[in-house]
Design a protein around this ligand. Sequence first.
Ligand SMILES: Nc1ncnc2c1ncn2[C@@H]1O[C@H](COP(=O)(O)OP(=O)(O)OP(=O)(O)O)[C@@H](O)[C@H]1O
Ligand SMILES: [Mg+2]
Length: 340
Amino acid sequence: MFKIGLDLGYGYTKGINEAGKRIVFPSLVGTAYNRNLGAVFGGGIDDILENLHIAISDGRDRSEFFVGELARREGKNTSYAFDADKINHPNTRALLAAASVLLFPEEDVPVHVVSGLPLEQYVHQKDEFREMLGNFRVMVELKGRDRVKLIKYNRVTPFLQAAGAVYHAILDDIKGYLVEGSYLGLIDIGFRTTDYIVFVINKGRLVLREDLSGTLDIGMAVLNNAVDKMFTDRTGSKLDIPQLMHLVKQESIFYRGKEIVFRKEINAVKHEIARVIKDRIKIVWGNKLDFFHTIFLAGGGAKQLKENMNDLYNSIRVVKDSQMANALGFLKVAELEEGR
Ligand SMILES: Nc1ncnc2c1ncn2[C@@H]1O[C@H](COP(=O)(O)OP(=O)(O)OP(=O)(O)O)[C@@H](O)[C@H]1O
Ligand SMILES: [Mg+2]
């Protein structure tokens, strides 16, 4: 089967298929309207990701959406799916459709998708998630691209979100990480949430320590909001999203011919986010923390917070491709599942 790993994050939808095609776009969905399709459409995947206008029909209804960057720029009623119940949120279907039409193979071959849920939802809603994905059957049109595709999954594997990232993290040195009796931790710092997960190595296998794993309601959105507010307080003006992203990353911006620098303030916010994450996790991990082999940092926030997380433990590593880590791990899980 054609394999796809899909990570439907609160902030960003991430995916990779077995042909190596990768996508990342903001998990934003807005009402569509007819645009003048002009020169904006170049050839590359980046142009497609900037201009995701899709039509979905399920036989009875047909609806059109702007998704990702296009929704952010031009959508009406654009929103994230911040509901705890992501499975039933209407945006989820649009994000799923958009990601799938980009990642499905050209040929009509069976598709196996692996996707994740945070621990608590995984425990309670994994069957519901499997069912939702299994029943998903829609025609998706990628507007302006002449691409129409029937999206349905022949095989669905729900997986534990941060565990996907662990699979990906240990791949480059499995022997080195599978040290009998030792613990492996991973902290997945996302947009809205931070998942932490612990495995203990038992007889050469990863065994989940559910009691040491969980989800925190804090993520990098806190930083974006704080910087947004700082700028408005200082200048009385509002930033648009690309400018905000720039300011968060560069820690400075030109405004009315002067450079405004927020380095100290941004560091203070990062410090505070990291402190909350460390404190909460330390309480749960307690004295087990001394027995960890490695603590991995994954998620889009990993690089941003690394410096502030270092003092949690003396063996901390940012996972390669940290924002894509779950999706990459899910693809690996699809391979393993089919090898069985
Ligand atoms: N190039 C980038 N594109 C998007 N986000 C980035 C980038 N570089 C760093 N980030 C950071 O990554 C964060 C998003 O991380 P991530 O994609 O892991 O979140 P998510 O999985 O959508 O959220 P959650 O896990 O809460 O559902 C952004 O808020 C931003 O701080
Ligand atoms: Mg995530």
